[in-house]
Design a protein around this ligand. Sequence first.
Ligand SMILES: Nc1ncnc2c1ncn2[C@@H]1O[C@H](COP(=O)(O)OP(=O)(O)O)[C@@H](O)[C@H]1O
Ligand SMILES: [Mg+2]
Length: 288
Amino acid sequence: MGIHLQEVSFAYYIPKKRKAQIHFTLHNIGLDIASQDEFIALVGHTGSGKSTLVQLFNALLLATRGTVQIQDWFLTKNPRFPLKPIRKTVGLVFQFPEYQIFEETVEKDIMFGPKNFNLPEPASIAHEIAQIMNITPLLQKSPFNLSGGQMRKVAIAGILASKPDILVLDEPTAGLDPFAKNELLQFLKEQNEVYHKTIIIITHDMEVVSKYAHRVLVLKEGELMYDGSKEDLFKDDVLIEKCNLDYPEIVRMMKYLKEKLALPLDIYQYHLEDALRELQAKVGETHE
Ligand SMILES: Nc1ncnc2c1ncn2[C@@H]1O[C@H](COP(=O)(O)OP(=O)(O)O)[C@@H](O)[C@H]1O
Ligand SMILES: [Mg+2]
């Protein structure tokens, strides 16, 4: 159960001439994602194929080669598969939220998903989610007169309201102020820990990776270069450089302190308290 990709390649355009070369955006990707309890960060340079990849997860795009399976459904052009239950299983918040907003009020927009999936009491779901996302005062407004950050919150609320098992968010913190960003991430963490949702988040922010993700996927030019823990990823200096990634702030700080203080620090710390504990332990050792 969940999302399974086997040898998946994707091209936006297939030339009509048989012998013409196909330009693939994604190359030969294999991936297994459980429908519960995962918190995955998908990272990679702009243009590496992140947004393309996640659109294969809910049949917005179909693989050119290979197999995509969501729960029990194989997403191929033939035979046709049922779109509704797939969209109910995997909720995708687009990179550009204005593309998924279309109703005349924010309230109607958030209610669209629950209505479409026949969930009971769509209005009360919309109000509950609006409260969580801190957008209750916007409910009667037109979604098209909002700021970028507000629009993003409305788009996220619209997807959350459908209560998907797997929640995919394409750069959801872009354009949010630090307070709203933190709130959203805490909310996703709770969805993951308390309600066992699988969260897949595309981000350029290594702080998000280091604080929240359990698993990291790295794309480079359409190839899956890494699939594993953040601990192993940030220890791989060659890969980090090759894929143009940053280190999290705390790891950079610990590297600096290790050099300046000449202490045998374990620099791979992801929470400030852990970094402090490591520092105290090693300073203690050298004073004994
Ligand atoms: N609709 C499209 N038609 C053709 N090419 C596209 C389309 N969308 C994206 N691409 C191309 O596919 C590649 C990967 O893009 P994208 O998946 O958006 O990367 P990322 O999200 O990592 O920045 C880029 O070269 C981009 O120009
Ligand atoms: Mg993108």
